[in-house]
Design a protein around this ligand. Sequence first.
Ligand code: FAD
Ligand code: THG
Length: 840
Amino acid sequence: MDAPSPAAAESRAERVVIVGAGIVGCSLADELTARGWRDVTVLEQGPLASPGGSTSHAPGLVFRTSPSRTLTEYARYTVEKFSSLRLAGRPCFLPVGGLEVATTEARWLDLHRKAGLAAAWGVEGELVGPTRCAELFPMLDPDAVLGGFHTPGDGLARAVDACQAQIERASRRGARFLDRHTVTGIERAGGRVTGVVTDRGTFPADHVVSAAGFWGPVVGAMAGVDVPLLPLAHQYARTAPLQQLAGAGAGDPGAEAVRPLLRHQDHDLYYREHLDPAGGPWGHLPAGGWGRIGIGTYAHRPLPVDPYAVLPYDQAPEMPSSLPFTEEDFAPSWAETGRLLPALADSRVEEGFNGVFSFTPDGMPLLGESDRVRGFWLAEAVWVTHSAGAARAVAELMTDGRTTVDAHECDPRRFEKSQRSPAYVRERGERSFVEVYDVIHPLQPPGTGRPLRTSPFHPRQQELGACFLESGGWERPHWYEANAPLVARLGLQLPERDSWSARYWSPIAAAEAKVTREKVALYDMTPLRRLEVTGPGSLDFLQRMTSNNLKKRTGSVTYTLLLNEDGGIRSDLTAARLGPDRWQLGANSPADLGWLARHAPEGVQVRDITSGTCCIGVWGPLARELVQPLTPADFSHEAFGYFKARETYVGHVPVTALRVSYVGELGWELYTDADVGLRLWDTLWEAGQRLGVIAAGRSAFNSLRLEKGYRAWGADMTTEHTPEEAGVGFAVRPAKGDFVGRDALAARAAPTRKLVCLTLDDPAAVVMGSEPVHVDGVVAGYVTSASYGYSVGRCVAYAWVPAGAATPGTSVAVEYFGEKIAATVAAEPLFDPEMARIRR
Ligand code: FAD
Ligand code: THG
């Protein structure tokens, strides 16, 4: 594994300066030099290779499984890489295994879900009973636990050794590591970085990467870039040397630990061994075979730290990232430790510290280039666990702008201006700390910092009893309590749900879906990202950037894809041509704006207009009857066809109407400026009363779009997939001329995997997404998104499976909380394949 990607190792002469030689900076220098970057300088304020940041004292526990597939992939790569990295003959990873125990029913259930996530993402693991837990971790009281989840391939990263090994390897490839260099400024010109100022001179640079750990906001500020992370202290302590560990690790003088890492998440605790088979630094004890248990806790109050106030290396009593231990904060954790591990009751906490590291508002890292300053990159808020994978992602982005593993969840731009205030970052960062080990439902909204972004319809939604969840800072109604009477009135009989799938769900969603299919409903589509592209040359530009043919008359709408150079799907868009040189794009992630803006030629402007505008989807068979009387334009099928757009009025309100429907019914998306949004809502609402109009939420929306087979970018497909694999090949028109990704797609071999539509055989069964899919008895894929399909009377689950299992009629099984649920690959779409309901 000396060169992670030798194929890509064309020589790169640009000058890179990495700020920080923690595990992230060192890993990045290794990844970049392996890719042929020749001029890499790492500047570090402390002394190498233990300069005093979070890495210098990290206990190094690596549990790979996470709800995020991306993070799990990063962790898998970290384990793989550190296992093969050696320092003084010892590997930088110790595969002692991991054991997460449950002491509550809720956790035990969640460990079943976790076992499913592990299987879906390819991590080996097994649910075990209390006796086995105590065998794996002999101090543990088997009566205190209901069971555990054992992952033999998890273990301990020797983070400081991994730094040193990578410093040596990167140095051999020409990288420079300069310690005792404190970065004090980032020089810029013309919107680009040009150099890095230190207390010992200035270093010219074409790229600067902030790998400064929790000092990220300080380094970011030097470049005028917000780095939305909060440094928080987290307590770590060690017991006195323990008789019980006598002899552990005997025979291996280097063994730091032999028993698995232990997590006791019901009380926000984790444990590892610190063995010293050779004797130990505890002079008063006999040599040989003593050891301690290290205890980490997140059970204490959030302890935010001002990164500007942290003492420099030479003044810090211990090291900059290690603050004095506050014993009172640790007391409840010590008491709980005595309950889980009674053998420790006679011991005591002998040493401890409050260690500082980074928390972001959503708990995910910040990886990628700043959208404010070109050449300024973030590699921040990364755990040791994910360090090699995160560094690989940044190196790949720097080398050729795309990543092996989809990284959109880590894109720093996901936090828009409104989510970057210090107050918000602090509130949400503290929340991330508090919730770090909590059982979190995938739909669960954050408990603080709400509401932040609301559409103009928010007051009406509140009046209708909207149940709001949150996404991208937006309050989004999932259903409306005002529609509750419809459940009985429509005579809906819905299968009972298990306690997990019943959360953040209501039978009202079924009623809203039914009214959409039978009458008409209003959907708040305001959070759908909108870009405006204008200027001469905008057609040629969009033709070159996207895959479908956009050369159509003004008033046409086209579904099209943004592809990477390798043919991976960056996004799917609707492109409405509102004038010869004026377009409105319906987009997905914030990266779409950056990608287009970066490639736009002189004269073409790309602007995000989401915040100042709003959108209502008016959908259902009665949509035309609702809208036509309100508008001077002809909304007949003949005059205003499917996938057409026009600018007109609805009542007093100027609108851009797009005849597009993600729910698969007749109707329009009506866009207008935010200031007249409420007026638009009220106009439609009043006029719709005679037709029985309702407001409907995301829960119904998601069900309807899955029945129609409409993919959601980011969940069902990402840059890791090609259009053909994802089932959107119809939006690729190689014959139109050259565009980004065209040649790469032409050169690709036939797909080996496919995104398919599954229906669960039992009409009462429900899954949620991210479950493993078994084909012929082995895990061969995973569910991307799922919802009950109220029109088809079955749960619909989209899933990635091997191409050989993609034929309709193939029987598979979806694993849900340990249970194998029979499912069948279905022909798509499930609902209205003739498009009879939309095209009329
Ligand atoms: P750091 O290691 O902090 O490195 C950043 C470097 O940048 C520092 O060396 C700093 O000196 C340097 N720097 C900053 N500003 C400047 C400047 N202006 N000029 C020059 N240099 C600068 N993670 C796990 O995965 N598993 C665990 O078990 C685990 N346990 C933890 C326990 C504790 C008590 C703590 C505090 C953290 C733990 N973590 C764990 C988290 C993990 O330690 C960090 O997320 C990780 O080490 C961050 O690495 P980094 O390289 O980003 O930051
Ligand atoms: N509305 C608008 N823009 C969007 C979305 C939207 N952009 C992002 C995302 N959603 C794009 N996803 C889709 C997916 C499917 C369709 C529209 C947007 C769709 N497809 C039809 C089909 O596949 O049958 C028509 C395709 C075609 O005629 O080419 O409607 O919700 N504005």
